[in-house]
Design a protein around this ligand. Structure first.
Ligand code: ZN
Length: 450
């Protein structure tokens, strides 16, 4: 059978790597981008489908590098609306401990659908809740990923340090180190795909210094190296956490990270706010990635990630919406806009451009997930892209199309392609009954709160 060729023709604007003119559009063959055409150029061979993009701004598919899908069930919950991280967690843990398989499936569908409609094509989730009856949480998420046709890096999270051992989470939410490592290995062997074009991958993700034992950090790093998968955790999110590390381990967060064997290019960290200059230098030298989560950091008043300093030191930076109990949106375009504004407060207007934050949401995020086949529009890359229209009221009177997406606040993609297949068409996910999903998800959210 001949290859299926699609021409995304003459886009209004296209976000290509610097120096590549893509105004003639992109040619997709099967799962890959095979040609990026300069203005006035045509494909080198006939195409089966021509998608006229004259009204569209084309971006690489956005990549989300930190989320907790299950938290869509506890958005805007009054008892925690005005709390910072530690009390916020302490209030939510007992609610989350009641999570059941059907509710997680609905929560994952809602989070992924919302991400997809915002132009996100690859999502990472950090799931660390495995109370009794939830042993197959990641297996449930794998099924949802397949339904939506997105790419996902599902991290097998863990909590092993309960209140009785001086940790933060309640005892019924933690597992033994043995159970965690055994399940981690099972998931890697069963689901982790390798190489270009992978749809589903697994990483290991002890939740945070205050919810796992030192042993599980060390053993997770050992297992990740043995199996060649990535490592993820929350780090340096708040000063409470820094204080916890000093009291329990006698170490600052990055010293602890180094001690447990995590300071290297295999790891990426959510938040990464409270670092001193020496720590930034060491993270950069190690090539450890940082996922910036601006909305969560603003909502919980945690602080501002030193993104440009980390990058200058050599640490890749990407973006994440974080869990929906601290955002509470799963919209990566919205997050990208917030990254621009929050980072301008730290680094000034000249250095934080729309191109800069879009780079974090695409190429930067791909680096965090260890992928070189997604995140950019150039020949040889996977055909993952998002197309936005600029004819809504909010864009009227705008001039520069790429700047308009960010500054006027684009929130919903019109078309999204993943691995050469259309997964959003005319602003909707084909075959998905959103009204029904919302009704079932709302009922599950009410039941969880009790
Ligand atoms: Zn998080």
């Amino acid at each position: 059978m001949a290859a299926q060729r699609i021409w995304i023709k003459n886009p209004l604007a296209v976000f290509t790597p610097e120096g590549i003119d893509g105004r003639g559009g992109l040619v997709i063959e099967n799962q890959q981008i095979v040609e990026v055409l300069a203005s006035g150029h045509s494909p080198s061979a006939p195409c089966d489908e021509i998608k006229d993009a004259a009204q569209h701004v084309v971006l690489p598919g956005l990549i989300n590098t930190h989320h907790h899908f299950y938290q869509t069930l506890t958005r805007a919950w009054a008892p925690v609306v005005n709390q910072p991280l530690f009390p916020w967690l302490k209030t939510l843990y007992p609610v989350w401990a009641r999570l059941r398989p059907e509710a997680l499936a609905l929560a994952s569908q809602v989070a992924m659908a919302e991400l997809l409609l915002s132009g996100c094509t690859t999502a990472s989730d950090h799931h660390y809740l495995f109370p009794e009856g939830m042993e197959e949480a990641i297996d449930i998420q794998v099924e949802v990923v397949k339904q939506l046709g997105m790419r996902a890096l599902l991290t097998r999270g863990s909590m092993s340090l309960g209140e009785e051992q001086g940790g933060l989470p309640p005892q019924q939410t933690v597992q033994s180190g043995e159970a965690i490592l055994e399940d981690s290995l099972r998931l890697i062997r069963r689901y982790h795909q390798r190489g270009a074009g992978a749809q589903i991958q697994i990483a290991l993700a002890p939740c945070s210094p205050f919810s796992v034992t030192e042993e599980i950090m060390t053993e997770s790093a050992r297992l990740a190296t043995q199996e060649d998968v990535r490592l993820h955790t929350h780090l340096a999110e708040t000063l409470d956490e820094e204080q916890f590390c000093l009291e329990r381990f006698g170490l600052r967060t990055v010293d602890y990270l180094e001690k447990v064997g995590w300071l290297g290019p295999r790891s990426w960290l959510a938040h990464g706010i409270h670092f001193n200059a020496d720590e930034i230098r060491r993270l950069g030298a190690a090539g450890t990635g940082i996922c910036h989560c601006p909305v969560s950091n603003m909502r919980l008043a945690s602080g501002i990630c030193p993104t440009l300093d980390l990058e200058a030191a050599g640490a890749p930076v990407g973006l994440g919406v974080d869990g929906s109990a601290s955002n509470d949106a799963s919209n990566l375009m919205y997050e990208t806009r917030q990254a621009l504004y929050l980072q301008r407060l730290r680094y000034g207007a000249e250095r934080i451009t729309p191109q800069k934050v879009l780079g974090w949401a695409t190429r930067g995020s791909a680096q965090l997930l260890g992928r070189s086949d997604i995140g950019e529009l150039r020949p040889g890359m996977q055909a993952d892209l998002a197309m936005f229209r600029l004819d809504e009221l909010r864009f009227s009177g705008s001039h520069d199309p790429i700047a308009a997406l960010i500054l006027c606040g684009a929130e919903r993609a019109d078309y999204v392609m993943i691995a050469g297949k259309w997964r959003v068409v005319a602003g909707a996910i084909p075959d998905m009954d959103l009204d029904s999903l919302i009704a079932r998800h709302r009922a599950a959210a009410s039941a969880l709160i009790g």
